[in-house]
Design a protein around this ligand. Structure first.
Ligand code: PAF
Length: 283
């Protein structure tokens, strides 16, 4: 396993493989790898000849009061973990390598959804994500890229960006990986105290209860939403949003769901100071 720090050296390393027509898979991460990332790496290793895991804590997707400074950093351990799953390279550029002139003045934005759901509470977040993901696609010239469904809105926006801007790359969705308790895996779970970790199970419990109610025939959007909100609040969580939206365009549903509606519930909630996100598709 080689850790590559410069853009030029990643390009030079990948060029011979690309000339031979080998499939290059990219797994973009911010490090602090866990089994959720592991599933992305495994999927890439299975599909591709070469797997590159990028580890870059992207400052431009964090707001001023967010957790950029305390985000866990452990490059060596991440590289060993990626290697143990068969990845070939870790691309770990510095901030100066990625943004030599400071924050970029050219950015990629999604005009319709960047201010909704997560974007409403994290201004500029998705602009930062789409910009760095575009850069990683252009730098690596990967043929395939792997993203987890936990970041549902992020994944949706990346898929749309790829279509809108004709990136020559195939995006693969990888299902959420959960701990045995149901908690969706996230690097931010490390911030939770023992009690908060137990309380946070209310998110996946609430989502599952809402899905059960839906499967049992409940179609009222506010009733389904309330099931999730109640579960979180009863467990001392603070709901940031619970929204019932269409899987195909992420537009909000209201009133009564129709049988043809493709439903996903998006959640963000705080347990203590830790913000967690999760989601569930109903059909
Ligand atoms: O999901 C993440 O870890 C990040 O948002 C990503 C896609 C690596 C971009 O920095």
């Amino acid at each position: 396993m080689q850790i590559i720090k410069s853009i030029e050296s990643l390009r030079e390393t990948l060029k011979p493989f690309q000339k031979e027509g080998k499939k290059v898979g990219l797994v973009p991460t911010m490090g602090a790898l866990h089994d959720g990332h592991g599933a992305l790496i495994k999927a890439s290793v299975k599909d591709c000849d070469i797997t590159v895991v990028s580890v870059f804590l992207n400052p431009i997707q964090f707001g001023r009061n967010e957790d950029l400074d305390k985000y866990p950093k452990r490059l060596e351990a991440d590289a060993n973990f990626a290697a143990s799953l068969g990845a070939d390279y870790v691309f770990a550029p510095s901030v100066a390598e990625m943004y030599p002139n400071g924050d970029p003045l050219t950015m990629v934005r999604d005009e319709s959804l960047e201010c909704l759901y997560c974007g409403a509470y994290r201004p500029g977040h998705f602009r930062g994500v789409l910009t760095v993901v575009s850069k990683l696609f252009l730098i690596s010239k990967a043929n395939h890229a792997y993203f987890g469904e936990k970041d549902y809105q992020q994944l949706f926006l990346i898929e749309r960006m790829v279509k809108d801007l004709n990136f020559d790359i195939e995006i693969h969705r990888v299902p959420i990986v959960r701990e045995s308790t149901g908690l969706a895996m996230s690097s931010r779970n490390e911030y939770l105290s023992v009690d908060e970790r137990k309380q946070a199970l209310a998110i996946s419990r609430g989502l599952n209860e809402a899905k059960e109610a839906y499967l049992a025939g409940e179609r009222g959007v506010s009733k389904l939403r309330d099931i999730v909100v109640k579960s979180i609040v009863l467990s001392r969580g603070q709901v940031q949003f619970v929204e019932i939206v269409n899987q195909n365009d992420l537009q909000k549903y209201s009133g009564v769901l129709k049988p043809t509606d493709k439903v996903v519930v998006l959640v963000a909630a705080f347990f203590g100071k830790t913000r967690l996100i999760d989601n569930i598709e109903f059909n």
